[in-house]
Design a protein around this ligand. Sequence first.
Ligand SMILES: Nc1nc(=O)c2c([nH]1)NC[C@@H]1CN(c3ccc(C(=O)N[C@@H](CCC(=O)O)C(=O)O)cc3)C=[N+]21
Length: 300
Amino acid sequence: MTAKIIDGKRFAEDLRGRIADHVSRLKSEHGIIPGLAVVIVGEDPASQVYVSSKAKHTAAVGMNSFKHELPADTPEADLLALVHQLNADPTVHGILVQMPVPKHIDPNNVIEAIDPAKDVDCFTPANVGKVQIGLPGPVSCTPLGCLMLLRDELGSLEGKHAVIIGRSNLVGKPMMQLLLRDNCTVTVAHSRTKNLDEVVRQADIVVAAVGRPNMVKGDWIKPGATIIDVGINRMPAPEKGEGKTRLIGDVDFAAASEVAAAITPVPGGVGPMTIACLLANTITTASLMNGLTPPVDLTA
Ligand SMILES: Nc1nc(=O)c2c([nH]1)NC[C@@H]1CN(c3ccc(C(=O)N[C@@H](CCC(=O)O)C(=O)O)cc3)C=[N+]21
């Protein structure tokens, strides 16, 4: 079997189109222009690229984009002061502080400072709790993107056995909550799981989010499974030229494609969905802050 390639880039484009429609409706019917503030501390080149990409897509859907670039040696207190200022700013409906922050800053203090009403990453305890019990609010961007792709591919997820590899707060744990809400049977595997290959072989749905290039082998995949590869591993690619890199996923794509029914590529799979879902969450928070019901096609 040769797997269908799930085109996350294309899906994200369509999603951004729907988001742009919601933005223009918020403007024309309610006089609201959703605003997203992105804060970056330091000059990490990969982070710079992501932040620029976020700002570009934010503006392209008609939202206000606010970018704050702080030097790498910014004291934690100054970053927290900026977050508090953004919390108080009525034109800002979403706040994202790009992670990781420099080592002298405690990320937990930063997350705690963000008003949960504006927490478009869904990093605050209040919003993590809301996802768990199914209350409306922002949902972790990458898991939300994975869920949208899975629903589009499979329709109902009810009764499917989903194996998530990775238990991070960023992806594994919120993914577990969302798949449970869609009536999957969920197994969360991780670095200490015994016989990981045998566990993964049970899966109708595999979500790989470990950050280890090509870790999931082709013979771990049940024939006909659907594979979502969250891994974004930047590898040296000297064949492309001095100092060049390429991205590869956590799944051995070539081998898995021979067995699976459908698989996301890296790049062009989950990555673009993460940014589109960040914009979707900004619509959600802007709606909720104004007493409106968030659009169902942008939420979990
Ligand atoms: N507060 C916070 N929120 C985040 O959501 C957040 C963060 N910090 N820190 C860094 C990670 C990483 N991240 C990605 C988003 C898009 C792509 C993406 O679009 N990837 C493209 C490729 C891009 C390329 O070529 O480099 C793709 O997979 O096709 C990747 C990674 C969001 N993050």
